[in-house]
Ligand binder design. Sequence first.
Ligand SMILES: [Fe+2]
Length: 365
Amino acid sequence: MSQMIRTSLDALSDLLSAVGMTRPLYVCSRRWTSRLPDCAPVFSHFEPNPDFDQCAAGVSMFQRKGCDGLVAIGGGSAMDTAKGIKAMLLSTSFPAALLGQYPGSHAYPLICVPTTAGSGSEATQTAVLYVDGQKHSLSHPMLLAQGVILDPSLLSTLPADMKRSCALDALCQAIESFWSKAATTESQMIAGPAMQVIFHWFLPYLQGDRQAAEQMLHASYAAGEAIQMTRTTAAHAMSYQITKQLGIPHGDACALTLPYLWMRLTRDPAFIKPGSMLASRMGVSFNDAPLLFLGLCLDTGLYPPRCADPELLDYLTDSVNIERLGNHPQPLTREDIRALYIQALNPAPEEMAEKALALWRHHAE
Ligand SMILES: [Fe+2]
């Protein structure tokens, strides 16, 4: 199903009419209320990495205020919360909502307005929500937004560390989609250019460049479209408990493991074709591509937390969703995953870090 896309928040009332919504529930933080109509119902009781049960309060407000659709304004957490509310509205019970059983005949239209260039949730039918500390992905065609507003001016007030983390999320999504076992020529035609744009505009975006914000917003939307087609791979699967246990933002958590997963892939003959295509888009050699990624992370201040606690490493290892790893282009054993966590959560060897930084700085000149 195609989405209606606008490029300015000023077009919201037009988009509301286009999707047939007259009384939206706005799912957003309070900071956006000055941009909304007076007395508009606002649900803001959600947190980063939202819990599914937080959505129940949103359902109550939706019904109490007589709403007929949802407008999510924010990052992945706001958009995924809105999708969680919609899932509950469409289903008959909490477990049915989790299982994607949506017999409801009401469509409850959804409009997504991303205020970060990152999750790509505006382009997907998936919501990542937590239940009792465990990650659940809700995925259903009815959770895809009917309308999207990609307005780069909304990104201007984001703090630099959030910009970086969200952009790293989009970058990992584009790369993981590209090398996913489920990748097709069509999905790679979306993921490849998205990755290239994010690499190219990463630093100007962090420095506040307006054109870079526009480019990043569209590229992260494209990365969302790409993972909608392929789903993500090991970097995402390994990220969720890094975020939960160590409080590291989602995009940063994905970017900590991705270069080491990539280095392992370069030793696999089956990776030569996709790896060469990715490296060529980045303008570096096959073996240097993961180092360039690592250099970007180091240069923009993403440092590993230093984690040597064997119990935590075991917990992280055992928490990885094996099903999600089935999409990764290389088999990984439990020992592989544990070794990857040790690498990702501790400083890179000095020689590797120096080479990575030199590559990235040369690339960014
Ligand atoms: Fe992500």
